[in-house]
Every structure is written in structure tokens, then in C-alpha cells.
Design a protein around this ligand. Structure first.
Ligand code: FE2
Length: 401
């Protein structure tokens, strides 16, 4: 994350004595990507972060694929997913490959049901789209408030906890687990890392942790760490959020989808103009409300396309999408490599002459084929692949909850 940020107290020079008021020394920790060479931060702990009292393997989390591999377009209805549970441990896997996994969760928001453990994903960066709900992401880096439409970027290794606002909307989170680092697209940055003029967002749109609270408490504190495709429990002998200060380029951050500045043209612009993030083996794009193409003969709906060398996944964050019928808020469509897809019947015609769209959607394109997770079958619309010819399906309007 190429913006330098600092919170709390830090010594004037790194790796030098930094004394506590009682004369002891704060414990310095480097945390970052790729060992000592990627983006990193230096944190100063009240207690060493290494004082683990016990460890145990909790469970395996390797995702299992739907055995039915018949190539077809798929549609999943997250409105029918289970309600409640932990935002970190209660997720339903939907799609996955070696590079990226997409999961969904509607966690509890009541204060008494919030996670008591601290969570760290050690094998993936997490990109979390907050479709509904608001709260605060707490971490060793401080508090990062979030709300509807936010993308939260939680790099691997960052210990965190969600605190949802019980007065807000019931939370709905779409989680992407990325084996590679989640980052700004390279073409948006200059050689110094700064976002260029013409990029669809700027540094001013990036929100960073703003409030650091130091917890100097001894006791048993439960950490859950995802590593080796499973969950591991560690008990630490002190509160892990005991940092008095930090600085660097590695921390959780937020970007709201409505701060994405759409790029429009005289005729239809291809999906890369909507790109928001890149990872290894995938990209994430934001389809936001915008004026339509302005040539009088333009067809604003996308042309049919064969997405060779990529699978396309869309999460619909509103019930409107220019090229689709029969989708609802929370729908997830998967258009795999190997079959063309395009607008539903009537949608291309309906788009001609239209002046704007209010659609809001998050797209993840993976470069390697995705597998459907077994758990997603329970919320699948099984006839979606016929929806381009099936008039009954074209009027499909499933009940929402
Ligand atoms: Fe597409």
C-alpha cells in the first residue's frame, strides 16, 4: 500500500531503544509482504508478540468442489445463504481456484454475539466488500470505521476483529481470499507508486486507520490463525492490541465503491475501465452508476463476448444491471471460460437511447478456471444456464428475505 502512514508514538530512529515510562523497552515488530522487501510497517508492542501459551489445530478448511463439472453458466442467490455467525469463521465458500476464493457471510451484529477471538489470515490477503452494514475493523494498527459499499483490504498477517453497529443494517460481506497481494493496478501508478492523473480514484479516496487504542492487559487471549488450509488456535498471554505506535506502508485500508470514478465513452467501454484492484491471477472491477455511452446509435449493453482465458464472476450490489434479467440484490453469476455470454433477451434493445444506469456490482475475473464450492449448490438457481432462451426464467424473480 504505497501511502506512508503513522499512528501513536514511535522512536526517532528505527531499531533504536524506545523506552516505556517504567524504563522497560517496547518490543519492535516488522510486519509486511515478502519478508523484508515488500511493503511493511514497524510496530511497537507493550509486550512481545511472541508469548504464546498453547497451540492447537482447530479444523481443515480446504474447499471442496461440486462434483458436477458440466460446463455452464451458474447463478447463486446469497439472499438464501445462512444468516448469522462469525464474520471470520462463519463464511460460506462459493467459488475458488488456486489463486482466489470467494466467500459470503451475513454475520451477527448484536454486541453479545461479536467474535471474542482475534483473526489472522496467514495464507491470503482478504478483500472484503461490505454490501450492507457498518462498524469498525479493529486491528493492531488501530480502528478503521467502515460502512456500506466499502472494500476493506486486510493484508495477510494482520490480526483483526470486526465490531458491527447493532443499529446499522444487517451486515452482508463478500470476502475474496487472495493468495497473491491485493494492490492497485500497476497501470494506475507512476514509477514512484503515486496514483496517476486519469486513474479512477486517488489517494484522497483511500481511508486508513485513524485511532490507535493501546490495551495493556494480561490474561488468556484467543487467536485464530488461518494457515495450511486450516484454522489454528493460539492462546496469547496478553491482549494482542497492545501497540503504542507504528509507521510504514502495510496496514488495513478501505475504499468505497462510490468513490470509484467511472470512465465512459462514445460507445461501450470494455470491463478493464472498471478495474479497481489486481491480484495474482485475478482482477476486481467496480460497475458503478454512470451516464451511458453518448453516441446516438450506441448500444450501451455489452456485446456478447467469449471471455477466453478468464472466468467472470459478478456480485450484484443492487437489483439493477443493464444486461441481466432475473437477478436480484445479492445474486452471484459465474460465466466460465469456454462459453460466450451476453445480454439477456431484450436487454440490448432496451439499453438503446437510455441515458444512465444505476447499476452497482463487483466483478472478479480469474485467469484460471474456478470451481463451484459444494456449499454453493444449496443456494443455486439451477436453470440459469437456460435463461437466454427460457422465457419463464427470464421473468424469474425469486423471493428476497
Ligand atoms: Fe462479461
Amino acid at each position: 500500500m504505497p501511502i506512508y502512514h503513522t499512528l501513536g508514538q514511535i522512536p526517532k530512529k528505527r531499531h533504536t531503544v524506545f523506552r516505556k515510562p517504567n524504563g522497560g523497552i517496547y518490543a519492535e515488530e516488522l510486519m509486511g509482504h515478502e519478508g523484508f522487501t515488500g511493503t511493511s510497517a514497524l510496530l511497537y508492542h507493550t509486550h512481545p508478540p511472541t508469548t504464546v501459551k498453547s497451540v492447537k489445530r482447530l479444523c481443515e478448511t480446504a474447499y471442496e468442489a461440486d462434483p458436477d463439472r458440466a460446463l455452464r453458466h451458474r447463478h447463486f442467490l446469497t439472499a438464501q445463504a445462512k444468516k448469522g455467525g462469525s464474520p471470520t469463521l462463519g463464511r460460506t465458500p462459493l467459488l475458488f481456484n488456486q489463486d482466489i476464493a470467494m466467500l459470503y457471510v451475513e454475520p451477527d451484529q448484536e454486541p453479545e454475539k461479536q467474535d471474542t477471538h482475534f483473526y489472522r489470515n496467514a495464507q491470503a490477503d482478504e478483500l472484503v466488500y461490505v454490501a450492507k452494514g457498518q462498524g469498525v475493523l479493529q486491528s493492531v494498527f488501530g480502528d478503521l470505521p467502515f460502512g456500506e459499499g466499502d472494500y476493506l483490504v486486510i493484508h495477510r498477517g494482520i490480526l483483526h476483529q470486526y465490531r458491527f453497529d447493532p443499529a446499522g443494517d444487517a451486515p452482508k460481506l463478500v470476502v475474496f481470499e487472495s493468495r497473491g497481494h491485493v494492490r492497485w493496478p500497476k497501470r494506475y501508478r507512476n514509477e514512484f507508486g503515486q496514483l496517476k492523473e486519469g486513474a479512477p480514484y486517488s489517494e484522497r479516496d483511500i481511508r486508513v486507520p485513524q485511532k490507535l487504542t493501546t490495551h495493556d492487559e494480561m490474561g488468556d487471549f484467543r487467536l485464530v490463525v488461518k494457515q495450511y488450509d486450516g484454522l489454528n488456535e493460539m492462546v496469547l498471554d496478553h491482549h494482542p492490541f497492545d501497540v503504542v505506535g507504528w509507521d510504514g506502508y502495510f496496514y488495513p485500508w478501505a475504499f468505497n465503491i462510490r468513490d470509484f470514478e467511472p470512465i465512459v465513452g462514445r460507445v461501450h467501454q470494455p470491463p478493464p475501465v472498471h478495474q479497481t484492484f489486481e491480484g495474482d491471477g485475478f482482477v476486481v472491477c467496480s460497475f458503478c452508476p454512470r451516464p451511458y455511452d453518448f453516441d446516438p446509435n450506441a448500444v450501451p449493453a455489452p456485446y456478447n463476448h467469449s471471455n477466453v482465458d478468464s472466468d467472470e464472476v459478478l456480485y450484484y450490489a443492487s437489483s439493477e444491471f443493464m444486461s441481466r434479467k432475473g437477478i436480484e440484490f445479492g445474486s452471484v453469476t459465474h460465466h466460465p471460460d469456454g462459453i460466450p455470454h451476453g445480454p439477456h433477451p431484450g436487454r440490448a434493445e432496451a439499453s438503446i437511447g437510455a441515458t444512465h444506469t444505476n447499476e452497482l456490482a463487483v466483478m472478479m475475473d480469474s485467469f484460471r478456471p474456478l470451481k463451484v464450492a459444494k456449499q454453493a449448490i444449496a443456494i443455486e438457481d439451477p436453470s440459469y444456464h437456460k435463461s437466454w432462451i427460457d422465457q419463464q426464467h427470464a421473468g424469474f424473480n425469486p423471493p428476497t428475505t
